[in-house]
Design a protein. Structure first.
Length: 365
């Protein structure tokens, strides 16, 4: 690695760390101001708040805004180099523009790999901490989150395989028991099996559900057969860990766990998995976004303009805003429309790759 590479790479990484710490401080300050009442009601000390919430919240913010941190850092220090005529001096020394870009690509790829690994394994662990605090201390003060389940908060109606549906009433996550269950199986759209139990409990020895006071019905063209049991062991494609409403599930799962979860739900025939699939693909496309925004940032900021750094930052903010909007729109179209999750995750990158190519071709060399 030559002196030029070390010089630019050092500026790149130092500025990136500075931007990340600065925006993290701003995000934490804003979050504290919004949640002050909830924090006071929780009765936790400052140290407990940090250990139980912010130690998970800060990595979440890093993951969410990481590509933008890189983008702003590149624009900031490159614009400063352009204003001080350093880039002109570098190019005048015989260094080609492509050679000048090499340390940017090295830095962008290193940061992209760091973000990719972190999002696959480290960030989900932090989101477990954040999600637990949100559920325990924050969401309970937000009645709007429970409107849909006002009649029965701990009731579930799930599809356990292609032709079977299960309903569970008043499930207790601590005792792993419920006050009622029904199971229905269909064939060619017709009900062929029905099972009802007054109570159920997870049997840790057999890894099955133990049912109490059970009525079992078989229905066919001939008629109906009914059987009664005091106790009944039922094997379901459903574990106790899955019987909880978790709005933060996709954030808590590592990428291998997320892939397994999606496959398991697809086997069951569960619908509405597009949100999880978009999250899965974004964990890869986001790493590419880091490299892409690095290229866009340097091609914008390496031009010496009359407005200087202010003009570069203003243009960078506009491009960043458009990138975020395109990312949100593509996600909405995947979840609410017919856009394939893989395309939704990569569409902003595809569009802004054309922008990067256009900027690169028009950059004075």
């Amino acid at each position: 690695m030559q002196q030029l590479d070390r010089y630019i790479l050092k500026k790149f990484l130092v500025t990136f760390v500075f931007c990340m710490l600065l925006f993290t401080a701003v995000a934490v300050a804003v979050d504290i101001s919004e949640k002050t009442d909830d924090f006071v009601q929780s009765g936790l000390t400052s140290k407990q708040l940090f250990d139980q919430y912010y130690i998970g919240f800060i990595p979440h913010i890093w993951s969410l805004l990481f590509p933008l941190f890189v983008f702003i850092a590149v624009i900031f220090f490159t614009s400063k180099m352009a204003t001080q005529s350093e880039i002109i001096a570098i190019l005048s020394s015989g260094t080609s523009y492509n050679r000048f870009l090499r340390p940017y690509f090295i830095g962008g790829i290193l940061l992209a790999l760091f973000w990719w690994v972190g999002n696959r394994y480290w960030i989900p662990k932090a989101n477990v901490i954040r999600g637990q605090f949100q559920t325990t201390y924050l969401d309970r003060n937000d009645p709007s989150r429970y409107v849909a389940y006002s009649n029965c908060i701990n009731c579930f109606y799930l599809r356990v395989d292609t032709n079977a549906f299960v309903g569970i009433r008043d499930y207790d996550t601590v005792s792993k028991s419920a006050r009622g269950l029904f199971l229905e199986r269909t064939k060619n759209g017709q009900l062929v099996y029905n099972l009802r139990a007054e109570n159920m409990m997870w049997d840790t020895l057999t890894k099955k559900w133990k049912l109490y006071r059970v009525t079992e019905r078989y229905l066919d063209a001939v008629g109906e057969r009914v059987q009664f049991y005091d106790t009944f062991l039922l094997r379901l494609n459903l574990n106790p860990s899955e019987l909880r409403r978790d709005e933060y599930l996709k954030d808590k799962l590592s990428t291998p766990e997320l892939i397994d979860h999606i496959r398991r739900e697809e086997v069951r025939g569960t619908e509405g998995l597009d949100t999880l699939k978009v999250e899965r693909y974004k964990r890869t496309s986001g790493a590419f976004s880091v490299v892409l925004l690095t290229l866009i940032g340097v091609t914008i900021a390496s031009r010496k303009t009359r407005g200087g750094s202010g003009m570069h930052l203003a243009l960078g903010i506009i491009i960043a805003s458009l990138f975020i909007m395109s990312d949100r729109f593509s996600t909405v179209f995947a979840v609410k429309g017919n856009l394939h999750p893989l395309l939704a995750a990569w569409l902003p990158n595809l569009v802004f790759s054309l922008v990067a190519l256009r900027l690169y071709r028009t950059t004075p060399k």
